[in-house]
Write a protein that binds this ligand. Sequence first.
Ligand SMILES: Nc1ncnc2c1ncn2[C@@H]1O[C@H](COP(=O)(O)OP(=O)(O)O)[C@@H](O)[C@H]1O
Ligand SMILES: [Mg+2]
Length: 363
Amino acid sequence: MNYKISKLQVTNFRNLNPDIITFSNGINCILGENGNGKTNILEAINVLATKKSFRKNTSFPQFLSIDGGKPEIIFYSVIAKNNENLSYSSKMSNEGVLWFLDGIPVKKKLDIKVIFINPFDSYGFHNSASERREWIDYFLCQLDEQYKKALAKYTIALRFRNTLLSKKPSKYKEQINASDKELSELCVYLTNKRIELCEIIEPIIGETFQALFSEKHMLKITLDSRIAGMSAENVLKMLKNNLETDCERCHTSYGPHKDDYVLLFDGLNSFDYCSLGQQKMSYLSLLFAYIELFRYKYMSYPIVLIDDVSGELDQHRWRRLVEYLEKREFQVLITTANEKFKEELDRIIGANNIHIKNGSIIH
Ligand SMILES: Nc1ncnc2c1ncn2[C@@H]1O[C@H](COP(=O)(O)OP(=O)(O)O)[C@@H](O)[C@H]1O
Ligand SMILES: [Mg+2]
């Protein structure tokens, strides 16, 4: 489903005043000095669409304005669904979240897809295998419902196995043996899906890199996995052979929770070879490649939220990025406090500029 946000008004969300913010279907630039509420606008859209923040360990108590009277956040929005306008609102409190379509309560929220891009996350992505896994799992879960279910099952099964390994209740080895067959099947399923993603995204990521930065570099992504190419029977054998070591270590040594993704920049590992700027470019290329994959799967784009993109990329690359965005059909909201980057954004014909100061929209 192709959703775009046309209007948003929030009450009691962080520092934002209940002004009506109007968005265009194309590029929206959110401008203002640091600490005025640019990221909060993106976060409000993320919360309306997904119930969650893109910030970790953040939920209703953090969203709620510290100045607010009633402990309740109201989101009112106009959503364009294909070419029809929907009035969509949501009420969030300690009790949970309620949704309304055209003022009428609905049981399920709209399935509005958003992708949040914060180039600062590039640092974590390049420095931590678990962040890479989390990111790519997040993509895969958005693209593939079966993968999402299998991953949830695997996470529960792994947690159970690790609890047995550390607490060692009576007959714990028998319990582990009894559940390892299902675990090994899940291992193979998840690994194959991850490899498949790398294979599908590979041609797109290279093209995206060139389109974004007009520089000829080869960018590839591969999965570094102990399980790659193994059958479920062989994974089961490996788990059995390793059980004594796992007992000593009190956790499971092998499995998709240990996988790593390697980004290859001209054949070299981007994590230890690339400059910070190149790492950001690779990271952005991966995200935009994912957006193309998303479109291929759903025949529509997510709403793209880009926060503070200017650091570490030089002006020439910002220009390329802005030109790239101009050619896309997705709705994009991009924030910046950087005057020079703002100049680049000002060149975009037809872009919608939103100025924010102390949580208020300035007209
Ligand atoms: N729950 C809250 N209630 C009121 N203000 C908040 C809350 N959470 C954050 N803020 C304020 O929001 C501002 C930060 O907004 P942010 O959107 O991150 O700014 P930026 O424009 O730099 O992206 C800060 O001034 C902060 O004090
Ligand atoms: Mg910000």
